[in-house]
Ligand binder design. Structure first.
Ligand code: HEM
Length: 380
């Protein structure tokens, strides 16, 4: 890459065996790439020896060039410098309106302090480096999030932060100390939601343990056995176990009054026997715990059900990527200890609703930024 050439030298590489061209003052030798080029060999031969900057950028995103740079770029044009700047992890976009207003230099906001700025930067770097590449790959191949990334998210405290402000953050190292867990507020939460949406991968964003985000609050707020609650939170926050919220059904959709999954107490009062199905359960395919809405004798209740005998999941196709692990779940005579009841029997509506405040807030934060991120892609 350190080598320099004149434009005349490049022009000579216009033969059967040697095809070079220039893109943004960098020189590319594509002689060995002709067969592999997704757009075909002929188009590359047509620009052999020439400056192909306009042709290239008319048809490709800059990232394509970055990806192939190491293999194909052989040098630069003498006395010239590339004018397209490759974004580095953590960079803010220069495209007008592609960032939230408070990140534009001229804007002064009373709501954001230094810890918000530190967190924003740390989250942007973390996502650019680790999350976006995997998000894009999983969106393409439809596979589920890797255990490696889950553990990274856990170690960085990102999984914890996805549950919003609260005691669960106290003493947790959040993105290398960008903010103290005790100081984490709803603006930090807003930042985390917005930054994660910039991966531009809607299915993966749910695949990135959204089931935990909507399931775990029910445990945190309503599990009576404190020791068990802590154990489950530890398992889930460390990425050793996965969790989902199983409420919606084929018959009822999200109309909880119409649920048909039943939980009947055994005569000794020690267990519930659960029968029924759940549909559109995000992360259900790979979950170990199902926070499940069931019909008990006088109303709606919520149980935590572990994957085991009688629990089966299968992937269902949705309009977005399979990487979200959306499942059809069947419970067939599943024996669940009564201690797994969350909150009070027949008062499950409070358990379910306890999750909504944060869930809806998170969605509002991330959906807005998704449009900014898309805007940047169109205009960047
Ligand atoms: C180092 C230079 C180049 C690389 C690494 C490259 C790589 C690629 C890749 C990966 C694609 C698939 C689509 C995408 O991911 O964007 C593609 C498509 C294409 N490329 Fe290139 N390309 C290069 C140069 C060029 C040039 C100079 C031209 C035209 C003169 C060209 C014409 C095309 C066309 C026509 C397509 C198909 C676009 C479509 O599907 O609409 N490529 N190229």
């Amino acid at each position: 890459m350190a080598k320099t050439y004149t434009r005349d030298e490049v022009a000579k590489h216009n033969t059967e065996d040697s095809v070079w061209f220039i893109v943004d003052s960098k020189v590319y030798d594509v002689s060995e790439f002709l067969d592999a080029h997704p757009g075909g060999e002929a188009v590359l031969r047509q620009v052999a020896g020439q400056d192909a900057t306009v042709a290239f950028y008319n048809l490709h995103r800059h990232e394509v060039l970055v990806k192939y740079d190491e293999d194909l770029c052989v040098g630069t044009i003498e006395g010239e410098k590339p004018s397209v700047v490759t974004p580095q992890p953590g960079d803010l976009s220069n495209v007008p309106y592609a960032e939230p207003l408070w990140l534009t230099p001229a804007y002064k906001s009373p709501y954001y302090n230094e810890s918000h700025r530190r967190l924003q930067r740390a989250a942007r770097i973390f996502n650019d480096k680790y999350v976006t590449p995997e998000a894009q790959a999983r969106e393409q191949d439809g596979k589920y999030i890797s255990q490696e990334l889950v553990e990274r998210l856990s170690k960085a405290g990102v999984l914890h932060m996805r549950l919003g402000p609260g005691k669960h953050l106290h003493g947790v190292n959040l993105l290398d100390g960008a903010v103290k867990g005790e100081e984490f507020d709803y603006f930090h939460d807003l930042i985390m939601g917005q930054e994660s949406a910039r991966t531009n991968a809607r299915g993966f964003q749910d695949g990135q343990l959204a089931g935990m985000v909507i399931g775990l609050p029910c445990i945190m707020n309503y599990m009576k056995d404190q020791q068990r609650k802590k154990a489950i939170m530890d398992e889930v926050f460390s990425g050793k176990k996965y969790m989902c919220l199983a409420i919606t059904e084929a018959f009822a959709g999200s109309d909880v009054a119409g649920l048909r999954t039943t939980a009947t107490k055994t005569s000794d009062g020690k267990h519930y026997i659960v029968n029924g199905t759940k549909k559109w359960i995000t992360n259900g395919v790979f979950s170990d715990y199902f926070v499940t809405g069931v019909k008990t004798d006088k109303g709606l209740s919520v149980l935590i059900i572990e994957r085991g005998e009688g629990v089966e999941t299968k992937a269902i196709k949705t309009s977005y990527s399979p990487t979200a692990g959306t499942a059809y779940v069947t419970f067939d005579n599943v024996k669940v200890p009564v201690e797994n009841l969350l909150g009070e029997e027949n008062k499950g509506i409070y358990v379910i609703l306890s999750n909504f405040n944060h869930e809806r807030w998170t969605m509002a934060c991330t959906y807005f930024i998704k449009y900014l991120a898309l805007y940047e892609r169109w205009h960047g």
